[in-house]
Design a protein around this ligand. Sequence first.
Ligand code: BTN
Length: 285
Amino acid sequence: MTRNATSVLPRQGHNGLLPSDIRRHLETRWLGRELRCLDVVDSTNTVARDWARSGAPNGAVVIAESQTHGRGRFGRHWISPPYRNLYLSTVLRSAVPVERFPQMSLLAGVATCEAICEWHAAAIKWPNDVVIDGRKVAGILAEADSDRGQRVVVLGIGVNVNAQREDFPPELRDKAGSLAMALGHSVDRARVAGRLLTHLERRFEQWRDEGFARIAEAWRARSDLLGREIVVQEPGGAVAGRAIDLDDDGALRLRLASGAEHRVVAGDVIRVLGVAGREIDGRRG
Ligand code: BTN
């Protein structure tokens, strides 16, 4: 068992994750074969990045029980209560051009959604949030780094597995959820980790060997946005339109009321309306 110096003791009924538990559920050849399970870290993405700089192999994975500075997209904080969820980062060393990085984070969204769907129906909200009944249960943060001139991507995935409503701050309680909240019972985190890494390796190899087309197809099949009227918060302001498709660079194409097309390259979907414009989800993920 690998543990770091800072330790939080598991609460009664919450067992710490062990590499051996996770390996039992791993059906991968290279992803997660080098695996560190830690207690409290600032962010698993930081730990994985530092490990990459000191030679972590392709596919090395860091999992922590808790994060003091879990990072989300746009500099947000990722709520990381101990012994409840999965906070996982993987080191990917790949000669992939920078322009294709967004595809990598979309494929991670597909793989995460596929893993979660083994327990409960879920959908992808652009770009790669996984939602159950409109509540965000997983998020992905891909960060690029370099190690002695070689490009490295650290792919961080947070899955709310056994978090309960009170684990989230009041302002997130209507927006965030977990697998356990959806199912009404707790779930084996080691199994979720194993299944997640298994799906991730399969989708990564498919993308590397065959390109983006099959990933985009899987993304479209699991997206709950295409064809709907949505509002996206972009860095420059909010834009409303009908989500019409995903572009190869990961951008979401919108048809505006004026008939013009608009490409969203960065932002958050803040409202989802039905096909006829009826609001079905006004929550921010
Ligand atoms: C988002 O939806 O905003 C992305 C959230 C990503 C959270 C995960 S938890 C594991 C890894 N470590 C981090 O600090 N962030 C990612």
